[in-house]
Design a protein around this ligand. Structure first.
Ligand code: KIV
Ligand code: ZN
Length: 407
């Protein structure tokens, strides 16, 4: 049912929260170049960042967080250059709740056609006490000051409560209220340390919607880390509870265990649109290419069994599955390989493979054997597969050429 990979990309007005909240379009905020790059060993050169940004535009992400402009001259330059080359996507730079950070972000974003400043401060008691050494009133004051200052440079301002999921809900409601009153158009609720679970995150997003008077003036956003392997599940939970932006990275790269993986969120929303009831603007047929580019430039390999983009994601070895696949691909595939830009599924020949796949494979390789010869070749193939993890096409050709010789 999901043959076509592409969906026409339509730019979303990310400053029109009322329209976004009333609709079914989820804003995809990609932070591969900022939070993704923040993990050990994933730093990218300027040229690599520009290639990734170009790919993200082709993918159709709505917002590209291009960096943290004040972090270094290199970060400033990459935000600036990404902004210069931007087309449809909103380009965003991160900034702490400090004027110098916000000014630097604004400067780097100058060439962008559409720009967003993303300012944040920690709200949790742990962070307030040990990191900021600030009390609640001081944090609220910093929020009002930073958000209203950022609004001087752009109408598109995102505010994040760092460690939001470990913040007392009552204080979080107050903080969000202040951010919206000061002009924030997107409110992001990070699960900074990957601590929450879907039920709790749903309850938190719902509570925010029920307890912050002007919540509809902003788009609610999820930003989940993967310390417990729940980043994607938590992001989907937030969408189910009414969030209309998700923050994610290609291949899920990011601090520690990473961020929510863009390709998993997008394909889950698409494959289960029947239950999720929302859509994204992503051209899913470019997902594999984007994944391979990010892996190549960061040097981070893609785990073989990674959902959507792992090399085994559309590979079948067991005889029962291969037989089902040959009869109807939907027996063992919930999305088509074409929908994510893979040519076709593969039937991998190994010790679990059955006769049906074996015969089909031989046909593909140009061999038409009689029943007895197939049986004999199949027995020898099984013996070989017991000795070797994977039987390659060349092995089969050698094995069957022998068989043809026997006949
Ligand atoms: O994880 C986090 O809290 C962040 C914020 C800066 C948005 O990356
Ligand atoms: Zn983060």
């Amino acid at each position: 049912p999901d043959r076509p990979g592409a969906t026409a990309h339509q730019a979303v007005d990310t400053t029109n929260a009322a329209a976004v909240n009333a609709g079914d379009r989820v804003v995809i905020f990609d932070t591969t170049l900022r939070d993704g790059e923040q993990c050990p060993g994933a730093s990218m050169t300027l040229d690599e960042k520009l290639r990734v940004a170009e790919m993200l535009e082709r993918l159709g992400v709505d917002v590209i967080e291009a960096g943290f402009a004040i972090a270094s001259n290199g970060d400033f330059e990459s935000v600036y250059k990404v902004a210069e080359r931007s087309r449809e996507a909103v380009i965003c730079s991160l900034a702490r709740a400090k004027h110098a950070d916000i000014e630097r972000a604004a400067e780097a974003l100058k060439p962008a056609r559409r720009k967003r400043i993303h300012t944040f401060i920690s709200t949790s008691p742990l962070h307030r006490k040990f990191k900021l050494n600030m009390d609640e009133a001081q944090v609220l004051e910093a929020i009002a000051d930073s958000v209203s200052f950022a609004r001087r440079f752009t109408d598109d301002v995102e505010w994040s409560c760092e460690d939001g999921t470990r913040t007392e809900p009552e204080f979080l409601f107050k903080a969000i209220d202040v951010a919206i009153a000061s002009g924030a158009t997107t409110i992001n609720v990070p699960d900074t340390v990957g601590y929450t679970v879907p039920e709790e995150y749903i309850a938190l997003i719902r509570a925010i919607r029920n307890n912050v008077a002007n919540i509809d003036k902003a788009i609610l956003s999820a930003h989940c880390h993967n310390d417990l392997g729940l980043a994607v599940a938590n992001s989907l939970a937030a969408v189910a509870a009414g969030a209309r932006q998700v923050e994610c990275t290609v291949n899920g790269i990011g601090e520690r265990a990473g961020n929510a993986a863009l390709e998993e969120i997008v394909m889950a929303l698409r494959t289960r649109a029947d239950i999720m009831g929302v859509r994204t603007g992503i051209d899913t047929s470019t997902i594999t290419q984007a994944s391979q580019l990010v892996s190549a430039v960061t040097g981070f390999p893609i785990q073989y069994n990674k959902a959507i983009v792992g090399r085994n994601a559309f590979a079948h070895e067991s005889g029962i599955h291969q037989d089902g696949m040959l009869k109807n691909a939907q027996t063992y595939e919930i999305m088509t390989p074409e929908s994510v830009g893979v040519n076709k599924s593969s039937l991998v020949m190994g010790k679990h493979s059955g006769r049906h796949a074996f015969k089909t494979k031989l046909k593909e390789l140009g061999f038409e054997l009689g029943d007895n010869a197939v049986e004999d070749a199949f027995r020898r193939f099984k013996d070989l597969a017991d000795r070797k993890k994977t039987v390659f096409d060349d092995d089969l050709v050698a094995l069957v050429s022998d068989e043809v010789g026997h006949e």
